[in-house]
Design a protein around this ligand. Structure first.
Ligand code: NAP
Length: 245
C-alpha cells in the first residue's frame, strides 16, 4: 500500500478506526474522517504516527456535500488524489417499525446512504483515475437478514448491495473495483447501545460463538484494498462468524 492514499469515513472510533490503523500499517497515507469526535480522531492519528504510519484527520459530516468537497480539497493539498475510499460512517436509530418516526427513518437514510452518495460522487474521479482504485462500502449482515427494530438501518444497508454492484459496473473499464463488506455484530460503541439481554440472544445465534472483533473486519477490508483483490468486484464479502449459514 506504499504511496496509496486511503480515505476512511467515520474513522474516529470503532470499525473505521481499526480499518484506518490496518491500512496505515501497510504503508498507506490514511485520512481519518470524523463528524464530531475530534479528540478521538486525533488520538487515532497519533496512534498511527507512533507506529510509524502516515495519517491526518479530516472533519466532515458526510451528509453535507459542501463539507465533503472541502475535505477533498484538504486531502488533495496534503496527499493528492485518493486511491481507496472506505465508506464506513454509519448510524442506527432503532425502534420497531410501527413506532418509527419519519425523522428516524430519514436520519439513517441520510447518513448511511446519502453520505455514501456524497462521498463516493465527490471522490469518484479520484478512484476512477487511480491505478486500480478501490471503493469499499461497509454494509451489515442486517442488510441481508433484516433485524427486529432496524427497518431503517436494514433498508439502508441492503441498499448498499445494489449501489456497489452498479458502481462496480461503472468503474470496471477504468480497472478500479467496488465491493461491499457485510460485517456481523462487532464489538464497538454501536453494539454497546444494544440491551444486554438482546446481545446475549444475538451471541447465542453466532456459530463461532463470539462477536466480531474490530480486527476481524479491518483485516478483510485491508485485503479488499490491496492489489491481491484485483479481480474481485461487485461482491459482498461476509465476515459474520457463520451467522448467515
Ligand atoms: P461507531 O462505533 O458508532 O462509530 C461510528 C463512526 O461513524 C464514528 O467515527 C462517527 O464519528 C462516524 N459518523 C457517524 N455519523 C457520521 C457522519 N454524519 N459523518 C461522518 N462521520 C460520521 O460504529 P461502528 O460500530 O464502528 O460501525 C462502523 C460501520 O460498520 C457502520 O457503517 C455500521 O453500520 C457498520 N457495522 C457495524 C456493526 C457493529 O456491530 N458494530 C455491524 C455491521 C456493520 P463521530 O463520532 O465523529 O460522529
Amino acid at each position: 500500500m506504499d504511496q496509496r492514499t486511503c480515505l476512511v469515513t467515520g474513522a474516529s472510533r470503532g470499525i473505521g478506526r481499526g480499518i484506518a490503523e490496518h491500512l496505515a500499517s501497510e504503508g498507506a497515507n490514511v485520512v481519518v474522517n470524523f463528524r464530531a469526535s475530534e479528540k478521538e480522531a486525533a488520538d487515532a492519528v497519533e496512534e498511527i504516527r507512533s507506529n510509524g504510519g502516515t495519517a491526518i484527520t479530516a472533519q466532515a459530516d458526510v451528509t453535507g456535500r459542501r463539507e465533503v468537497e472541502a475535505m477533498r480539497d484538504l486531502i488533495h493539498d496534503e496527499f493528492g488524489e485518493i486511491d481507496v475510499l472506505v465508506n464506513n460512517a454509519g448510524i442506527t436509530q432503532d425502534t420497531r417499525f410501527e413506532e418509527m418516526t419519519r425523522e428516524e427513518w430519514d436520519q439513517v437514510m441520510d447518513v448511511n446512504l446519502g453520505g455514501v452518495f456524497n462521498v463516493t460522487q465527490t471522490f469518484f474521479e479520484d478512484i476512477k483515475s487511480a491505478d486500480e482504485g478501490r471503493l469499499i462500502n461497509i454494509s451489515s449482515i442486517v442488510g441481508k437478514q433484516g433485524n427486529f427494530g432496524q427497518a431503517n438501518y436494514a433498508t439502508a444497508k441492503s441498499g448498499l448491495f445494489g449501489f456497489t454492484r452498479t458502481i462496480a459496473l461503472e468503474l470496471a473499464r477504468s480497472g478500479s473495483t467496488a465491493n461491499c463488506l457485510a460485517p456481523g455484530f462487532t464489538q464497538t460503541d454501536m453494539l454497546d447501545e444494544v440491551d444486554d439481554e438482546i446481545q446475549d440472544k444475538i451471541r447465542s445465534e453466532i456459530p463461532l460463538d463470539r462477536f466480531a472483533q474490530i480486527d476481524d473486519i479491518a483485516a478483510a477490508v485491508r485485503f479488499l484494498a490491496s492489489e491481491e483483490s484485483s479481480y474481485i468486484t461487485g461482491e459482498v464479502i461476509d465476515v459474520n462468524g457463520g451467522m448467515d449459514l
